[in-house]
Design a protein around this ligand. Structure first.
Ligand SMILES: Cc1cc2nc3c(=O)[nH]c(=O)nc-3n(C[C@H](O)[C@H](O)[C@H](O)COP(=O)(O)OP(=O)(O)OC[C@H]3O[C@@H](n4cnc5c(N)ncnc54)[C@H](O)[C@@H]3O)c2cc1C
Length: 1003
């Protein structure tokens, strides 16, 4: 054993000794809290329910509501406390006011355990007490998630007030150690950067800095005048780079360059942490003034893991706890070895991590007064006491704020305290031995590398409940957090700009066909810029295309499905290679913001991969039933020539999705993109040509829907029409396809997806922090031009004023502009006609309802429409019933949930819907009662992911098909069963295979 490990153990044992001298359970508050935590650690289901209940409780005002939620969350408990809980629930129902208040009081007690005070005045009592114990402080202002600039400005003012107050109240306080005091000001403020700017976007750190720096400078100046210290806390990974850059930018400014009392957090659970720290170190050396780093493991571990899994991103955090511990020690060494540049603060409750920092400092000859330990308020009290007794500098992180906004902080702390892998639980609750607690994390990491420890559930999270065959993995989204991805997008935009204005031919039977007429596709942000000129097909070209497709059908329909699947997969690979270029093209051609454009390309790739995957599941003839002496195999034949008519709003994804479904099932295709996005359509054709689609199998035919499109819909040789677009056109196609023309072979199949008038309901107990962000995004993201967009918002009366207030402020804060800029949420609408139509609807809205909010600052050039909100909208008005397809939101008030559902369901459409609530019973009702093809609970109602959220509606929203779902391909085929009597003279084989080769005929 090395000398350092021996010293760590010696020090660790000393800390444990001191801790044991003042025994205190992990949950120092006895009674209710202790019991709840003990139960949570025994019973995972109870823990989930308890934390959810705590989360909602602060927003419940009436005793009856509290009793009802208590019942909903806990009535089905099966653990040892069930009778107790049932009695509690019963009591709560009988005397709701008394029980409600009692519960609230108890949970408030839990919150008070972690929140040092409600306001600056309140917190001083606690700080004085700690001062007497030799413990310093850093104060952090808790707040609701900031959804608007108004809220961000309020947070900035509160920070200033807090500083003033602390400065005044601590006058005369001295450093507890009385040594190296110049490094450690008494007043120490921790700020959360995301609380100062509501529009932080990982793709655009520069914008964040432009907005954050002016808000921070007054706070920093005041702090310096008061001799205080300011620390930038670190939050989720998405904000990390902007926070680091902001820190470096501000503290390189002449005004702050020589100020040493500034610090930032490094999270050891991040794989990037070492690089970030080394960059900071270089920066600090160049700056020439010391600064501070608080080293922590990190508070968002679960969140980062979930988020990265959902988006297919590399997980930014280590997946094994000892890796984070080991990294913490590595970074501790870097900090201590560079003590002349960085003042270190070690933010940990873990005795091993603490003892390691102590031992290493000693080994490096650094005096214990030159760094500090920081611990959270309400946690690990005995460890703090022990460190003070050992003569170390201890600072407590004290959150200040009201209980309601403090709930998410409380839940994070509860999770930390009950985490299976946490040190505190291991030591104070599970009584793990000291030897084990002081083990070298390097040993544990080495052990797990050889497979001795399996801390991470392997694989993709699939459990026994996952249906067989569900192995499809979506393509990852581009993570614009990374600078190289931002650079690649900028380069792609610059490159595509040089390609604008080119000409694109039709492609019929593998040949490029030029026509006299062309369609000019323009840039909606800058209408004088032509993105491309696309040859316009007329009736003669349409006829040629049908003939080509019909001729190619025979061979393509008898090509093995495996060959067809591979074609799709090659196309996906090409899209992957050209991904940034294609996204950039979407920015120019249809005005999509970066992430929206990338999402569209990702979805197109997903369609290729998913439909190939699904085709392999249904491709082989499958035995219908095991029966002796006879075999019957069901399989599918393609329908024939498919006409694909796509919209411009998901210009690559929807066009590609419908096309690939048709191709992979063996149909031949005439692909008609929308005129507004015909260049992207040309790119899809190019991709399939490169992938090797045979001549005639896919034909690219942009042109006027009313002329060439209508002609093909009616054509006797077109067997299938897959359409996504407006209700008006959809219904016409549906009707027209119903007529049988002379010479027609097949009954035409129409796959029809139309619009929506999608409603989102905010229940009275909803979490507005999340609801407002998601609703603003659902309503105004891509300018409200998604068929899934939220265009009706129904708010329960009780929560209406607060929700409206936050909603309008959030809409006022959105970034509106040319989407070539990263981080834009609202760009231009697609063209002049849409612009005119939406403005007309806004005029109608002004007559029918009350204009509650409209942005005044949209660019003049381009087809920009100000985000607009109407309030008190009556459900029968035109703006509440008709699809507007723009950034216009109609808000309605509902007395109760019955009325809310009635309004939500009271349209002719049934596409998407959203419901925000924290009542399990109401959520169940929403799941059962909301009439929509895609119902989303507690999340945005847009952004369906292929395979995960099969997408499509019914009623006047479509024919009930689900793009990206398991049964979508069945729309493109006819089923066929081949039965053979396999008995010969009374003899038949005993077994028949479940699958057989395709019926492709002799080759
Ligand atoms: C004063 C102070 C300020 C803080 N400020 C911030 C801040 O600004 N930003 C921030 O993000 N955090 C911050 N934290 C850290 C965070 O809130 C937790 O308190 C801290 O991570 C707990 O670590 P520990 O060493 O006390 O406990 P331990 O029990 O040793 O470590 C628990 C931590 O290990 C990590 N972990 C858990 N499971 C795994 C796993 N399977 N694989 C890999 N790693 C895992 C997580 O980070 C978890 O929090 C702060 C902590 C303190 C004490």
């Amino acid at each position: 054993m090395g000398a350092l490990q021996t010293e760590i153990e010696r020090r660790g044992e000393r800390i444990f000794d001191l801790v044991d001298r003042h025994p205190e359970s992990l949950f120092s508050k006895a009674g209710f809290y202790q019991r709840m935590m003990a139960l949570s650690m025994r019973d995972e289901h109870f823990k989930v329910q308890l934390f959810r209940f705590v989360d909602v409780l602060a927003s419940l005002h009436r005793g009856t509501d509290i009793a009802q939620h208590l019942d909903e969350y806990f009535a089905d408990m099966r653990n040892g406390y069930a009778p107790l809980i049932r009695t509690g629930v019963r009591a709560a129902k009988i005397v709701p006011w008394v029980s409600g208040q009692l519960l609230r009081w108890n949970v408030s007690g839990m919150a008070r355990q972690f929140i040092a005070g409600r306001n600056p005045k309140d917190v001083m009592k606690m700080l004085r007490k700690r001062r007497a114990q030799g413990i310093g402080f850093t104060v952090d202002l808790l707040g609701e998630a900031v959804v608007s600039e108004q809220e961000a400005n309020e947070y900035a003012s509160r920070c200033l007030e807090l500083l003033e107050h602390l400065g005044r109240e601590t006058r005369g306080w001295t450093d507890p150690l009385g040594k190296n005091t110049e490094l450690f000001p008494v007043v120490n403020l921790s700020v959360k950067i995301s609380a100062l700017y509501s529009q932080m976007n990982p793709a655009d750190p520069a914008d964040a800095i432009i907005h954050l720096a002016p808000k921070l400078r007054p706070i920093l100046r005041r702090a310096r005048d008061l001799g205080a210290f300011v620390n930038f806390d670190m939050e989720s990974y998405a904000h990390k780079n902007a926070t680091l850059e902001l820190f470096r930018t501000l503290f390189t400014e002449t005004e702050f360059r020589d100020w040493p009392h500034v610090g930032i957090v490094i999270q050891a659970y991040l794989r990037d942490a070492e690089n970030d720290l080394l960059d900071l170190l270089d920066w600090g050396r160049a700056r020439g003034t010391r600064f501070a780093v608080r080293l922590v493991k990190g508070a968002y571990w679960d969140f980062e893991k979930i988020k990265s899994r959902q988006n297919g991103w590399a997980c930014p955090v280590f997946l094994q706890k000892p890796e984070s511990d080991l990294n913490f020690e590595l970074l501790t060494r870097i900090l201590l070895e560079n003590e002349s540049t960085i003042t270190a603060a070690f933010g940990s409750h873990n005795v091993r991590s603490i003892a390691h920092a102590q031992a290493l400092a000693e080994q490096l000859g650094i005096d214990r007064s030159r760094f500090e330990f920081q611990l959270l308020y309400g946690m690990a009290g005995p460890v703090k006491r022990a460190l003070v007794e050992m003569g170390y500098r201890v600072r407590e992180y004290c959150p200040v704020g009201e209980l309601l906004p403090g709930m998410s902080y409380l839940v994070r702390r509860l999770l930390e305290n009950t985490s299976n892998e946490g040190f505190l639980r291991a030591k104070f609750s599970d009584n793990v031995s000291e030897d084990e607690l002081l083990r070298d994390p390097a040993e544990l990491v080495a052990q797990s590398a050889t497979g001795a420890r399996h801390l991470e559930v392997s694989g993709d999270g699939a459990s026994l409940d996952t249906p067989q065959g569900d192995t499809y993995e979506n393509a990852p989204l581009v993570n614009f957090v990374y600078e190289q991805n931002q650079d690649r997008m900028r380069e792609a935009l610059a490159h595509v700009r040089t390609q604008l204005g080119q000409k694109y031919p039709l492609v019929i039977n593998g040949e490029k066909v030029w026509t006299e007429k062309t369609i000019a596709s323009i840039n909606p942000s800058s209408p004088e810029d032509v993105v491309g000129h696309v040859a316009e097909a007329g009736i003669p070209e349409a006829e040629r295309a049908v003939k080509a497709a019909r001729d190619a059908f025979e061979k393509w329909s008898r090509t093995s499905f495996e060959t067809r699947c591979r074609l799709l997969e090659r196309a996906a690979d090409i899209m992957h290679r050209r991904r940034f270029e294609l996204s950039a093209l979407e920015v120019f051609e249809v005005g999509k913001a970066w992430a929206e454009a990338d999402g569209d390309i990702r979805e197109a790739m997903d369609f290729c991969q998913f439909y190939a995957h699904e085709m392999r599941l249904i491709g082989r003839p499958r035995l219908t039933q095991h029966v002796l002496g006879e075999e019957s195999y069901q399989h599918y034949w393609p329908r024939g020539v498919a006409m694909i008519i796509a919209p411009w709003n998901f210009p690559m994804a929807i066009l590609c999705g419908m096309t690939t479904a048709a191709l992979v099932t063996g149909n031949t295709v005439i692909m008609k993109p929308a005129e507004q996005s015909a260049v992207i359509g040309a790119m899809l054709m190019e991709i399939f040509e490169e992938a090797g689609v045979p001549p005639g199998v896919l034909n690219y035919l942009p042109g006027k829907g009313s002329v060439m499109g209508a002609h093909l819909v009616d054509h006797k040789d077109v067997d299938l029409i897959a359409f996504t677009g407006s209700r008006e056109v959809g219904l016409r196609i549906w009707e027209s396809a119903g007529k049988t023309r002379e010479g027609q072979r097949e009954l035409k199949r129409v796959i029809c997806e139309m619009g929506g008038k999608n409603a989102v309901i905010i229940d009275s107990d909803a979490d507005l922090d999340e609801a407002i962000v998601d609703i603003v995004y659902s309503a105004f993201g891509y300018q409200g031009q998604k068929c899934s967009a939220c265009s009706r918002l129904i708010i329960l009366e009780e929560i209406y004023p607060r929700a409206m207030d936050r909603l309008m402020n959030a809409a006022a804060s959105l970034r509106v502009g040319n989407p070539e800029e990263p981080g834009i949420t609202v760009g231009p609408v697609i063209d002049g006609a849409a612009h005119k139509r939406i403005l007309e609807y806004i005029d109608i809205g002004k007559k029918e309802s009350r204009l509650a909010f409209q942005r005044g600052d949209v660019p003049e050039k381009g087809f920009f429409i100000p985000p607009t909100i109407f309030a008190n909208v009556s459900p029968k008005t035109r703006i509440a019933c008709e699809e507007i397809f723009g950034p216009v939101l109609s808000v309605m008030k509902a007395r109760d949930l019955d009325e809310a559902f009635e309004i939500a369901n009271g349209t002719e459409f049934a596409l998407t819907a959203g419901f925000f609530s924290r009542s399990p019973a109401n959520i169940e009702r929403a799941k059962a009662e909301i009439v929509a093809g895609n119902v989303y609970v507690n999340r945005s109602c847009t952004g369906a992911v292929v395979g995960r959220h099969p997408f499509g509606g019914f009623k006047m929203s479509g024919g009930g098909t689900k793009a990206g779902g398991a049964d979508y391909l069945l729309q493109f085929v006819v089923p066929r069963v081949v039965t053979e009597n396999i008995t010969r003279h009374g003899f038949a084989p005993e077994t028949t295979p479940l699958y057989r080769d395709e019926f492709l005929g002799p080759r």
